[in-house]
Structure formats: structure tokens, C-alpha cells
Write a protein that binds this ligand. Structure first.
Ligand SMILES: [Zn+2]
Length: 196
């Protein structure tokens, strides 16, 4: 069974600077219409949504700190081996292909994480599809960490990959105005960055 990795890069508004209102002068209607090009059902089918923050000059000039492509490749191959062993003798190869039954078997949560996830699920009004995707992504995050059990940090990271949906698609653009404090921490990091 082959897998396709589908990547959808997009700006958060027509000018690309939202939610930095000192640079973005797009109207609320323009932003809403622009984001609306990705519908909720499509968004629901995307496993990971993340922001690409602008890279500052110092980071571009920095040497020796970033992981090399070779190191990243080795990390991915290690995780693929873990998944190959997990699904040995079965028709699937990757965490993303897990069925509901597989999720029950391979994405078990400890009591504390179960309670936490239940609360998040109810508070965020997640769909059954989002629930399954979060657990599959959490399984992969745990694999990357070399952990047999999905822990709190793994689960939180996976939930975080669905937070853009809430930030951009569910919150009215007015929330991101200069007077708002709701997302003030994230705004300075995401100025001009691509959403998704
Ligand atoms: Zn804009």
C-alpha cells in the first residue's frame, strides 16, 4: 500500500502578514474569505497544521547548530523501522494507516493522559476524525522520542498540530487586533509566516 504525502503551504491572509496588524492591513472579510479557501472538511483531513516562523538573519548565518539532512533522514528511517516492526505481518506499514482497532491496540494512554485528552476533546469540540489523527500523530511523536508509551508531552505536541485550526479558522479575525491579548504570545513569532 503506497502512501502519498500531501503538503499544502499557504499564507494566513492575502498579504501574508496576518496576524501582525502593524503590517497586515487586509480587511476581516478578505482574511475570512482567504482562509475559507481551505474548508473545514479539508482541514479536518490534514494530519499536521503548523506555522513556519520567519527565519531571522542571525539564524541564517549561524553555523553548526542545525540538524543536517542526513541526521534527519536517519531519524526518519529509525522511526520507519519501529513502525515496520510494529505492523509486521499486517497490511499496513505506517502509523497514519492505523484503523480504529489498531489505534486501540497501539495508542493506549495512561489514565492521566486519557482524562486530559477527554477534556481537550470535549473543550475543543473535536471530531472523531481529529481524535484519531491526534492519536496517530502522538504515536509517531513518541516513536521519534524512542518511547514505547505515548506520554503527556507526545500527546500535547500532537494536539498542538491542530491548534492553528482554532487560531485561524474558528476565531474571528478581530480577535487578532492589537488590543487583543488572546494570542499575543504567538503573534510575534508568526509574523509573516506561512500557515499550515
Ligand atoms: Zn494581510
Amino acid at each position: 500500500m503506497d502512501c502519498i504525502i500531501f503538503i499544502v503551504p499557504m499564507n494566513p491572509c492575502p498579504c501574508g502578514h496576518f496576524p501582525d496588524r502593524s503590517r497586515c492591513h487586509c480587511s476581516e472579510e478578505q482574511i475570512r474569505r482567504y482562509l475559507g479557501r481551505i474548508s473545514k472538511p479539508i482541514l479536518d483531513r490534514i494530519d499536521i497544521c503548523t506555522e513556519a516562523a520567519p527565519v531571522d538573519f542571525g539564524e541564517l548565518r549561524g553555523r553548526g547548530k542545525a540538524e543536517t539532512s542526513g541526521q534527519i533522514r536517519a531519524r526518519v528511517e529509525r522511526v520507519r523501522r519501529i513502525q515496520k516492526e510494529r505492523f509486521a505481518g499486517r497490511a499496513i506499514r505506517f502509523n497514519s494507516q492505523m484503523t480504529v482497532d489498531d489505534i486501540r491496540s497501539f495508542c493506549r494512554l495512561e489514565r492521566e493522559e486519557e482524562d486530559f485528552f477527554r477534556e481537550v476533546y470535549q473543550k475543543k469540540g473535536l471530531s472523531a476524525r481529529a481524535y484519531a489523527k491526534i492519536l496517530k500523530v502522538a504515536r509517531t511523536v513518541a516513536d521519534l522520542d524512542g518511547a514505547a508509551q505515548i506520554g503527556h508531552a507526545h500527546l500535547c505536541e500532537a494536539i498542538g498540530y491542530r491548534s492553528l485550526e482554532e487560531k485561524y479558522w474558528q476565531a474571528p479575525p478581530a480577535y487578532h487586533g492589537a488590543e487583543s491579548t488572546q494570542y499575543s504570545g504567538a503573534e510575534s513569532d508568526s509574523n509573516g509566516g506561512d500557515a499550515l
